[in-house]
Ligand binder design. Sequence first.
Ligand SMILES: [Zn+2]
Ligand SMILES: [Zn+2]
Length: 139
Amino acid sequence: MSDSHVSDRTVPGACLCGTVKFEVTLPSKLCVHCHCSMCRRNHGAAFVTWFGVAKANFRVTSGEADLTRHQSSETGNRFFCSRCGTSLFCELARDPDTIDVTLASMLGPIDLAPQAHVYFDTHVDWVRTFDDLPKMNFP
Ligand SMILES: [Zn+2]
Ligand SMILES: [Zn+2]
């Protein structure tokens, strides 16, 4: 089999302690740097890079019992490893067929580079961005 079909590669990911392991089968739907205040506080970071995949292309392969859900808003659920605290996934009610995954949790490259900065109106002023990506705000 040729591995030239990058678009249907399966890429593994894991939390910091390795308890929660998962895999996604590409293609991904989007990839963005999120500057919203919830991502910032949840990760303890200036912004968080997410990519979205169809839930049908996403599987938790181990540690599902240690995956804890936190409802972070009326319409959003975040999932983290209850052993090491790594924030891994986010589900949004407006897009129930997609799961967002933290790019930094992947153990290999995906098919998309970040496409935009989102919720940029709430970005911190102690990190500067030097790329030419669009900066988008959401209501
Ligand atoms: Zn962990
Ligand atoms: Zn966010």
